[in-house]
Design a protein around this ligand. Structure first.
Ligand code: SAM
Length: 265
């Protein structure tokens, strides 16, 4: 019945997240990662039961003190409320409400030694979160989302990032923004590598050390359409040996990004 808790629960819906520019992250690790990354914690909630253990209590109290010092609120609550907020049985004992932020489109530039990962209309929140986590782990400059995508600040996507959401810039680009960027990319000495089931280039043969590098991934159902494919100077195929038609988007992203990392990312 607590109106504050009600409004936090309402953040499960995208329209409320967009209106409030707030979202929910589960767990102590994500709260700490968010603070380390300079994100604003609007409210930190934690279950009283988590403070039974002395060491945990001290850690949570110091986390709460940091949140307060940076202008956030702290609510001591219980497991039932956290379950209701996260819509999960066995909810984590710590939940934070964070201010959502994306970097400006102009952050994605072909200047310098950069490697951007660009996702065309990614639809699955688990894929998006896993890709953001992988991109962070492999040292990609940032992740750009083109066109209509799944909500990056939804519970499932945030959960799948495991804190990497706070480590690298996340940018939204319209399709027109992306196509203009792709034009600018040419002539800077690097590549735009699109991954495509009809790709003519074996992904293992690409010179990923040539920068700036842009890796473009297609939509889960439709892949890259002709215009998006034409924006690339290389279309790479990850050779497959079995009966599967294609790889899962997040897996394909991991493979190409790992190849890029192994060759100079
Ligand atoms: N039906 C879609 C198609 O025809 O492209 C399948 C898309 S696949 C599930 C999603 C994305 O993962 C593709 O657009 C591509 O970016 C990447 N992908 C998956 N398997 C790939 C492969 N073997 N080689 C290159 N890219 C691949």
């Amino acid at each position: 019945a607590n109106p504050r808790v009600k409004s936090i629960r309402a953040l499960a819906m995208k329209k409320n997240r967009d209106r409030e520019r707030l979202f929910i992250a589960e767990g102590e690790k994500l709260a700490r990662d968010a603070l380390d990354g300079g994100w604003h914690v609007d409210t930190l909630l934690y279950a009283k039961s988590a403070t039974d253990d002395d060491r945990r209590r001290d850690a949570l109290q110091s986390l709460a003190a940091t949140v307060r010092a940076r202008g956030g609120d702290v609510l001591l609550t219980n497991a039932k409320v956290l379950t209701a907020i996260t819509k999960r049985d066995n909810a984590q004992a710590v939940v934070s409400v964070l201010k959502s932020q994306t970097a400006a489109a102009a952050t994605v530039t072909p200047e310098g030694d950069t490697c951007w990962l660009v996702l065309d209309r990614v639809r699955d929140p688990g894929n998006l979160g896993t890709i953001i986590r992988t991109a962070d782990a492999l040292g990609v400059t940032g992740v750009a989302l083109v066109g209509e995508t799944t909500a990056p600040f939804g519970l499932e996507a945030v959960r799948a990032t495991m804190g990497s959401l706070f480590a690298r810039p996340l940018v939204r680009l319209s399709r027109a923004d992306y196509l203009a960027l792709a034009e600018r990319w040419k002539g800077h000495g690097g590549h735009i590598v699109g991954t495509h089931l009809a790709g003519a280039v074996d992904h293992r043969t690409i010179d990923y050390a040539a920068k700036p590098l842009l890796l473009l991934m297609g939509n889960e159902q439709q892949g890259l359409d002709d215009e998006m494919a034409a924006s690339c100077d290389l279309l790479a195929l990850i050779a497959m040996g079995g009966a599967a038609d294609s790889l899962n988007l997040a897996v394909a992203t991991g493979i190409i990004t790992f190849a890029a990392r192994s060759h100079g990312l």
